[in-house]
Design a protein around this ligand. Sequence first.
Ligand code: ATP
Ligand code: MG
Length: 254
Amino acid sequence: MNSILGLHTSNTIRLMNTASPRSLPVKRIATPLPIKKSRLVFVTEPAGLAVEQYKILHRRLCNQHPEGGVVLVTSPSPGEGKTLTSINLAWCMAEAGRHTCLVDMDFRAPGVTLTLGCSNEEDGLEEVLTGRRTVHQSMRQVGDRSLYVLGINKALASLGGLLSSDSIVPLITELRAMFHWVILDFAPVIPMADVGEVLPHVDGAIIVVRSGKTDKSLIAPSLEILGSKIWGVILNDSVINGSAYYGYYGMKKG
Ligand SMILES: Nc1ncnc2c1ncn2[C@@H]1O[C@H](COP(=O)(O)OP(=O)(O)OP(=O)(O)O)[C@@H](O)[C@H]1O
Ligand SMILES: [Mg+2]
């Protein structure tokens, strides 16, 4: 009852959308094939331990943030598993019946777009942010799932003002009203300044560190940059029962 009394307008819209998940009027892409190197474990190893870890992560997020939200996924430096985490987590959320939007926001290394094969000729995040396309024109539904992807049409070396609050706030506001969960696959924290532009407008941030790869001296400065927005830390590529797997630890209490 509490949650009903406490709802804001945007939450009400979200509940209406998620009560009976139905397709939004957007184009579709095919469900990805089970290609091992995609590391989309829900497709490649649906009975594996990694899938269980993502389900545990999802359950923890739902327990701590039942209203859903806009979540930025980042890491201290490149190659630590941001894209892998974003795709599998978003897949898991959609499988649980929640309208979920996965946004590729890493313009320099658009991994979601490459992994899911959702590069759209003239429809992409840049086009939406610059007002040349609407969200509905650029978004793609993955098969008939509750999973929607906003990809990147072409990689960019420099972002200019693309992620300024003038363009990012309307986008996040629109996505927040349409979806229960919005996952932003973002650039690394340390070498880039981009995170500072978007962080104030998201509900929470998840940082991915990779066992045996992440430079430990970068973790504290990364956490400091994310500040109070940090929702949790994912330990990727950790060893569980003797095998290297995708793991997590230390989700911060709501
Ligand atoms: N736990 C893991 N086990 C095996 N391979 C992994 C694991 N995590 C990541 N990789 C591989 O490492 C590479 C980098 O992973 P991913 O693209 O998810 O990282 P990223 O942080 O998004 O990188 P970038 O900074 O380039 O965007 C990919 O080839 C991915 O398949
Ligand atoms: Mg990536």
